[in-house]
Design a protein around this ligand. Structure first.
Ligand code: FAD
Ligand code: DLZ
Ligand code: SF4
Length: 508
């Protein structure tokens, strides 16, 4: 009796556990573009197009490798509209009575599969370096779950940048050499841009028709949509950008959306690239003298450190993680996150880039859109929905710990030891946004004062009870307390007035 083998849109590799456990001579692969998955948040059209095109090409690849694949396009009149609906329909059609699947990256879909009318066997998704059990045993009994210590375990486990038992270059972390402010000149022209082929064009037309009202531009479309192209993107990064990756990791420039970032997260998360092959390529560049250790260590840390760590947190913390709101924030997400006008250049630029590319790099996500939402006290559930929708690499396992935990401190400090908040001074140091902003970053109060300068103190003041005992924040509170009483009152009044104007829908 044949079984159905479910392959989800972010499981596009022949190495996926369910395919490894199946038999191509008997079992039947099921892939489906379904409304439920395409609309649980209002995904960016580029994200949907990337996944549908990559799914279609992967289905062809599997057929070429001898698999029987039942593929349901989005506009198929028979499309049941959900993953379980499609499994049921295909089970009726083929007589199959069981399904093999690889564990999805969201609790929502795991629950759905557990309750699917056709029995589903879930295989653990072993595309990651740490299994659930390994992460749980690392976390067991620890007072705090700091990424740095987990990362060292992953270095030992993988042998990446290790010389026997010692880290290459005698240090685990080279961050003090990284994070320089934005340079005047950028020698990298961004990721390679792949011209849409016939499969991609067909999907772009479909997405234009079906998701016209979603935030984001579907064209021009340039993402890689198959493994060969994704490998090309990786090679392009290693050759052209990796050598400067560390130096300018935290920089932001108006005219340079990608700087020296890899722009490979959509490919890694969808299965077109594997985390280890990406790290091996970076390590080889260091060993051959093509990239310095600070860049390569910083890059590898993002993948075997942060990426693995956030996944561990998501599954350790359970399905209620996305509902956490430790700071009790309840403001609506301002309309300028969806493209409405704002005078704040840093936000306008980050959102415009997000609309056009379905991509923003880490510091834009953390220190511009994330920082503002946290300072302004936006409901973290709304912030979470926004990030899950607008980035081509967003799936809950990776997005939620970054947003709920790292960016919004809504998990109460599991991921971050202190909130990532800053005034305009940090943004000015790391970017050139302030030069063309309607606000003045140098102004702390009064006409034209940078809103980040006002909201920063407003945030610290309203959360004083929670944070003043945090040693990493003591200096901030000392600075606030040293300001004279009048000045503090003015800052709080002006911050409150700014928030009121924003809430009333004025362009701020
Ligand atoms: P690079 O800067 O070149 O880094 C290389 C790789 O390291 C990335 O491709 C990614 O796979 C990995 N990486 C780096 N930082 C992280 C991190 N914090 N968590 C997990 N992986 C990391 N990443 C996602 O993949 N999906 C998301 O939905 C997502 N949401 C985020 C939300 C917020 C608020 C923040 C602060 C970060 C988020 N990140 C997310 C992490 C990071 O911003 C992106 O992985 C990165 O910007 C992707 O671009 P890149 O490939 O050019 O990355
Ligand atoms: C994100 C997404 C979208 C937009 N569409 C589909 C789809 O039509 N079919 C599918 O199999 N997967 C899709 N996905 C990816 C799933 O939502 C993803 O597998 C889960 O969120 C778990 O990570
Ligand atoms: Fe952003 Fe303030 Fe700089 Fe304007 S002045 S770009 S609002 S940090």
């Amino acid at each position: 009796m044949s079984r159905l083998v479910l392959v989800l849109g972010d499981q596009l590799t022949e190495e996926i556990a369910a395919l490894r456990a199946a038999d191509p001579s008997q079992d039947i692969v099921v892939m489906a573009e379904v409304r439920d998955e395409a609309s649980y948040v209002r995904h960016h059209p580029k994200k949907i197009a990337f996944l549908f095109a990559s799914m279609r090409k992967f289905a062809e690849r599997l057929r070429g490798a001898g698999w029987r694949v039942l593929y349901t396009p989005f506009d198929d009149p028979e499309n049941a509209g959900s993953i379980c609906g499609e499994l049921l329909r295909r089970a009726d059609e083929t007589g199959a009575t069981e399904v093999l699947a690889t564990e999805p990256g969201e609790w929502r879909l795991i629950e759905t599969l557990r309750h699917c009318p056709v029995p589903v066997t879930l295989c653990e998704d072993d595309r990651f370096i740490a299994s659930h059990a390994e992460f749980e045993s690392w976390a067991e009994g620890r007072k705090s779950l700091r990424m740095e210590y987990f990362y060292r375990e992953m270095r030992r486990k993988t042998g990446l940048l290790m010389e026997g038992d010692t880290p290459a270059g005698d240090k685990w972390n080279f961050d003090h050499e990284n994070r320089k402010p934005a340079p005047d000149e950028i020698a990298n022209d961004g990721p390679p841009r792949f011209d849409p082929d016939a499969t991609v064009e067909e999907v772009l037309d479909l997405v234009e028709r079906e998701f016209a009202s979603n935030f984001g531009d579907v064209r021009p479309f340039w993402f890689a949509t198959d493994r060969e192209q994704a490998l090309g993107a990786l090679d392009h990064f290693v050759t052209r950008a990796l050598p400067c990756f560390g130096d300018y990791q935290d920089a932001m420039l108006d005219g340079h959306r990608f700087l020296y970032h890899a722009v490979i997260s959509p490919y890694l998360n969808a299965g077109l690239l594997s985390p280890l092959e990406v790290c091996w390529a970076a390590e080889a560049a260091w060993r051959d003298g093509r990239a310095p250790i600070n860049a390569v260590e910083g890059f590898i840390r993002q993948i075997i450190g942060w990426r693995e760590y956030v996944r561990g947190i998501y599954f350790l913390e359970g399905p209620d993680y996305t509902a956490r709101n430790a700071l009790g924030h309840d403001r609506r997400l301002p309309d300028f996150y969806w493209g409405a006008r704002t005078h704040m250049r840093c936000l306008a630029q980050s959102v415009a880039q997000t609309r056009e590319e379905a991509y923003a790099h880490h510091i834009q996500r953390l220190m511009i859109t994330g920082n503002f939402a946290l300072l302004a006290g936006v409901d973290p559930a709304e912030v979470h929905d926004w990030y899950l929708a607008v980035y081509a690499d967003a799936y809950e396992w990776v997005e939620a710990p970054n947003v709920i935990g790292m960016s919004q401190f809504a998990d109460g400090g599991i991921v971050a030891s202190k909130p990532y908040v800053s005034s305009g001074a940090y943004i000015n140091r790391m970017s050139d946004y302030c030069k063309s902003c309607d606000y003045a970053v140098s102004r702390k109060t009064g006409e034209g004062a940078c809103p980040f300068n006002l909201l920063y103190w407003h945030f610290l003041d309203r959360h004083r009870e929670r944070f003043e005992g945090n040693p990493r924040m003591a200096q901030m509170y000392r600075t606030w307390d040293r300001m004279d009483e009048d000045r503090r009152r003015t800052v709080l009044r002006e911050a409150g007035a700014f928030l009121d104007r924003m809430e009333a829908g004025e362009t701020v």
